[in-house]
Design a protein around this ligand. Structure first.
Ligand code: SF4
Length: 185
């Protein structure tokens, strides 16, 4: 898979990132194993935690977002992907429904922060104000903030499902992931 920032002619450019998730959906992407070799003939990964590139290019064919929108930082990334990617995939249950990160929606944000940074801390309990993204009041699925083109549920979606979705898109068809996915593990 090429990881250059400039797309090679005729290759489809793909950008990925994780928001509030566990990175498991990206691990499932890597679980495509030898099929990654086939994919490498057809796509360029131009931005991703899996590669070194640190800047999202101006125009990308396919954007893949894992995780839910939990912080101002997540929201900014989701909007940037929507702006720069022609087609946006919401990958995994956290992205599609909020899933595990959204459990905190049952509690007040101030209580969640207290629990994490004061109640369970012995040394210098304090809520950080620097170097930590500011949390939103509630956790949201990606499509609640930006338009999503393809939803791929699963926790994580299987490598087979990710392969199917990408293969269909590369072939110029709109995939129907409902045939190969289900919510949950
Ligand atoms: S959907 Fe599951 S595997 Fe993917 S980021 Fe969320 S918790 Fe992790």
């Amino acid at each position: 898979m090429s990881t250059t920032t400039t797309s090679t002619a005729n290759r489809i450019t793909v950008a990925t990132t994780w928001l509030d998730g566990c990175s498991g959906c990206h691990m499932s992407f890597l679980d495509m194993d030898e099929r990654l070799v086939d994919l490498a003939q057809q796509i360029d990964i131009v931005y991703s935690p899996l590669v070194d590139t640190k800047e999202l290019p101006e125009q990308v064919d396919i954007g893949i977002l894992e995780g839910s929108i939990s912080s101002e930082d997540d929201l900014e990334k989701a909007k940037a992907f929507r702006k720069h990617c022609t087609l946006l995939i919401s990958l995994g249950d956290c992205a599609v429904t909020g899933n595990v990160p959204a459990i905190r929606n049952h509690f007040k944000l101030s209580d969640v922060l207290d629990r994490a940074y004061r109640e369970n801390v012995d040394l210098q309990p304090q809520i950080p104000t620097k170097s930590v993204p500011v949390l939103l009041t509630t956790v949201k699925p990606i499509h609640s903030e930006v338009e999503v083109d393809v939803f791929v549920p699963g926790c994580p979606p299987s490598a087979d499902a990710i392969w199917y979705v990408l293969s269909e898109l590369i072939a110029g068809r709109k995939p129907d992931p409902s045939q190969v996915t289900r919510f949950g593990a």
